[in-house]
Design a protein around this ligand. Structure first.
Ligand SMILES: Nc1ncnc2c1ncn2[C@@H]1O[C@H](COP(=O)(O)OP(=O)(O)OP(=O)(O)O)[C@@H](O)[C@H]1O
Ligand SMILES: [Mg+2]
Length: 377
């Protein structure tokens, strides 16, 4: 059951003499002896993206590792491991550290982060670093704690975890700090995160375990029952990419695929009617996304609903690239739907922009510990 979150934090209005973000950064540099590195991590079920200030995006690959089954040695990470999905023998074990937005394998998550930072030979950057992790809003306090522990173990000085929907809204270019409501829908690989954001934070949100990977599974099931052919998940993802639109179009032809004929057990090359793919997705999975958006709109405070009526739905995450999804949602909600300029990078772009906010929080924590130390003397 997904959680709803109602944030009742007061709106903070910037006063005339209040320090600006730049003042804050300067002040902080005098407090922290060494200039800290800002690291942002979009830890996604399907893809992990890591940004390091002064280096840019250093990693953007599938969230998956291949281990030697016997020794536990890491063989491949990211793209190379992803290519092996459905093609391994028992000497190789593929592990996805996250499942449906939840950390299902802590050790593998740590291996992944360690691998990334070792590979790019910037390991010492962890020392004294400020790390921002974007996580699905359904991640529990316990899972967040585990993430923090992993990151502190790697040497980070400060770790912040922010909901990915909030980062996606920032990445979409929305000024989330205004007292104005925006509705963001991030359709990722494992979860669809839906949030109404205003005055710098999430007001109401929901995270459902229906997203791109479930779309792939639905296509796989449909092909098994309708065509009597077994296909792998990589093939069903390719079929999803090949679909010209969620709506019937004239220029469409059958989608070619490879699989194993269930009756003969032999490899088969066959064509899939795009209408079957659409039906498979429109029957159950996409309506569940629609239902979740609807439910959230129902609990959105009226003033914010009025804002959303104007601004519409902002669509982010890889699922936003699903052709026709914007028109489909527009037709259902009678609201404008805008796809962010780079849906796969939306969260990390937002996390980059959040650096100044994070620095302010670091400063507060530094000041708090300095005054505690003073009081103890
Ligand atoms: N052109 C496309 N059409 C349809 N789906 C796409 C397209 N490109 C990518 N996707 C899907 O987007 C999903 C990955 O999106 P994204 O990288 O935003 O997920 P994630 O952040 O790793 O997952 P989550 O946020 O759920 O933990 C995959 O399921 C992929 O199949
Ligand atoms: Mg994501």
């Amino acid at each position: 059951m997904s959680k709803k979150n109602t944030n009742t934090r007061a709106v903070k209005v910037q006063q005339k003499n209040e320090p600006t973000a730049n003042d804050t950064i300067q002040k902080m540099n005098t407090i922290v002896s060494k200039q800290p590195t800002f690291i942002a991590v979009d830890l996604g079920t399907a893809n992990t993206i890591v940004y390091v200030s002064s280096h840019g995006i250093i990693f953007n690959e599938p969230t998956i590792l291949a281990y030697a089954t016997k020794t536990g040695e890491i063989l491949y990470v990211g793209k190379k491991a992803y290519k092996m999905v459905g093609k391994t023998h028992d000497k190789i074990t593929l592990v996805r550290p996250l499942e449906a937005g939840v950390i299902s394998d802590l050790e593998a998550t740590q291996d992944l982060l360690e691998y990334i930072f070792n590979k790019y030979k910037i390991n010492d950057l962890w020392e004294n670093s400020i790390v921002l992790i974007a996580a699905p809003s359904g991640v529990t306090e316990l899972e967040q704690q585990a993430l923090r522990e992993i990151t502190y173990k790697l040497g980070a000085k400060f770790v912040f975890i922010e909901p990915e929907a909030k980062m996606a809204a920032l990445g979409a270019g929305i000024n989330i700090f205004r007292p104005k409501g925006s509705l963001i829908v991030d359709i990722g690989g494992g979860t669809t995160d839906i949030a109404v954001i205003a005055a710098g934070d999430i007001v109401v949100s929901d995270s459902i375990k229906i997203a791109g990977m479930i779309f792939d599974e639905e296509i796989q099931k449909m092909v098994r029952t309708k065509y009597n052919v077994m296909i792998g998940l990589l093939t069903s993802e390719k079929i999803k990419f090949s679909l010209v639109s969620l709506f019937t179009t004239e220029q469409e032809s059958r989608i070619g695929a490879y699989g194993r004929d269930v009756a003969t057990g032999l490899p088969k090359v066959f064509g899939i009617d795009p209408e079957d793919v659409r039906r498979a997705l429109k029957e159950d999975v996409i309506p569940r996304v629609v239902h979740a958006i609807n439910e959230l709109l129902e609990v959105t405070p009226p003033e914010l609903s009025a804002d959303i009526k104007q601004s519409g739905i902002i669509l982010s995450g890889g699922g936003a690239l699903f052709r026709g999804i914007d028109t489909y949602l527009e037709s259902i909600f009678k609201l404008p739907v805008q796809i962010v300029s780079n849906p796969l990078l939306g969260v990390i772009e937002g996390a980059k922009l959040y650096e100044k906010e994070i620095i302010k929080n670091v400063l507060k924590e530094e000041e708090k510990s300095a005054s505690m130390a003073e009081n103890m003397q």
